[in-house]
Design a protein. Sequence first.
Length: 406
Amino acid sequence: MQSQGKIVVASQHYPPDPSTTAAIMAEIACRLAESHEVVVLSGSPGALPAAQTGPGRPRVVAIKNRMPGKAALVRRGMSELLFVARTFFALMRELRRGDVVLTVTAPFMLPYAVAAAARLKGARSALIMHDLFPDVLVMAGLLKPGSIVTRTMRAANSLMFRALNAVITIGRDAEGPLLSYSGMTRNKIRFIPNWATLVPAPRPLTSDNPFRRTLSARFVVGLSGNLGFTHDPEIVFEAARLLKDEADIHFLLSGWGIGFERLKQLQAAANLSNVSFVARVEDAELEAFLASANLWIIPYRKDVAGVSVPSRFYNLLAVGRPVVLVSEPEAEAALTVVENGLGWVVTPGRADRLAEAIRAASRSDAAAMAERAVKAASRFDRTVAMSAYAGLIDELLRNPDLAEQR
């Protein structure tokens, strides 16, 4: 039986968009639709997968949206601003008193529009915080900590956090930075980690793996996914340069974003024999690709703690692979690595230490680490996360003063 209030999910990224954020938002929306009316305001045009259509599924409303490449910053910013404005007016049409609206921090202006629309319409609002802005822009070097833009965004955040009823964090390290805002209180914060989309189970290394077949090296180091402004491509390439004379170690790189463009530029200039690129891997081939490497790298810039959590991390564990994480030790993924013995944590900016960690990994007990990785991945379970989201939404529907009374 459905409750009287409905759920509105506002997300620029939603299927058929192949991104991780789109997959996460679709999982949540479909789970909530099992017991509530759910409307999705989506910025991703195109036909939905068959499994996400029909009775008992969300009603998807397409919001006009153009997404220039990430390198086209001005055009992308204008497009995202238009999308946010259109979403705000769509929310004003869709929302009724007692409804709940759920959104995510992509693009970073969207939560402001959601919080404002919810407040104006007497609805409740919840934000899934994948990245904390402007902190992530400061971390990437795009903003100065004391600039007018940074201070203005932080002031806007305080107002937004005061208006929001709940903020869902996917990392334990996010609480401290959030509580630095005057509008945020601890009782609004819920920790619901992301999950592995692949079934946790050891995948053996095989010579007939299509991504490994042409490589002669015994030990393959992988890098996969989107490399944005918060990532450091140079540290990966410099580590490969330091290891270029070690024939047993090879770097296999596949992904997109401004960081991968930088990696391709570096390789075009240096032409390292121990580096190979693979075109962006589609979902159908993801499992085989992740199983092709002995070790995976996640390379962040400094000051990542509390600002960003790598969603790809859980699938790397699910296939039974250790990781080298470039980040501060207090970051969420670093805590998980150290607590469970899943690999190495390397200081940002230290390519020499990254190379040392890769050497150590090439000589380590891979079987024992694979077993621990799979065990850890099984704890980041989709069913557990979906139950947590459903529980939070039910609380918000029943109790308009949840944030004050918890």
